[in-house]
Design a protein around this ligand. Structure first.
Ligand code: OFO
Length: 162
C-alpha cells in the first residue's frame, strides 16, 4: 500500500510523462517539417520512451492496488525559433522532470516506503542519463555552430538512435 500523498504525486507524474511524450512528438513534427529526418527520429524514439515511463508508474499503481486516474494533457509548444532552442527546451524540461521525481523520492524516504523507493530508483538513474545525453547533444550543436555540413552529419548521427 502507498500513502495518498505518494498516490497523488504518482498520478501527477503519469500526466507529466505523457506530456513529455506529447512534447517530444511535437518536436519530432517540427524537425520533420524542416526535413531533419534524423532529429525527428530521435525525438520520436524519445516520445515512445516517455510513454513507457508513464506506463511504469501506471503499472506500479495497479500493482499496489490503486486506481489510475488520467488527467488531461496540456497542448505542447509546436514552434521553435531555432534547432538549438528545441534542445534547450528539452534540457529544461528534463530538469523539471528530475525535480518531480526527486520530490516523490523525498516523500517515499520520509515515509520509509521502501517499495516505492526501490521502484523510484530506476527513474533517478534514468534522469541522470537523460540530462547528460541532452547536454552532450547541446555541446555538439554548439560545436558545429552554423555549419550546414555539421548539421547534415549530426542529423545522420542522431537518426541512428534505435
Ligand atoms: Fe524524459 O524521462 Fe521521463 O519524463
Amino acid at each position: 500500500m502507498i500513502s495518498n500523498k505518494i498516490y497523488d504525486l504518482m498520478l501527477e507524474q503519469i500526466n507529466a510523462e505523457l506530456f513529455s511524450s506529447y512534447l517530444y512528438l511535437s518536436m519530432s513534427a517540427f524537425f520533420e517539417e524542416k526535413n531533419l529526418r534524423g532529429l525527428a527520429k530521435w525525438m520520436k524514439v524519445q516520445s515512445d520512451e516517455e510513454r513507457e515511463h508513464a506506463m511504469k508508474f501506471y503499472d506500479y499503481l495497479v500493482t499496489v492496488g490503486k486506481k489510475v486516474i488520467l488527467k488531461s494533457i496540456t497542448a505542447p509548444k509546436s514552434d521553435w525559433s531555432s534547432i538549438m532552442e528545441v534542445w534547450q527546451d528539452t534540457l529544461a524540461h528534463e530538469k523539471k522532470i528530475t525535480d518531480m521525481i526527486n520530490k516523490i523520492m523525498y516523500q517515499a524516504v520520509e515515509e520509509k516506503d521502501f517499495a516505492s523507493i526501490n521502484f523510484l530508483n530506476w527513474f533517478i538513474n534514468e534522469q541522470v542519463e537523460e540530462v547528460t545525453t541532452v547536454e552532450e547533444i547541446i555541446a555538439k550543436f554548439e560545436m558545429i555552430g552554423d555549419s550546414k555540413q555539421g548539421l547534415y552529419f549530426l542529423d545522420k548521427e542522431l537518426g541512428s538512435r534505435a
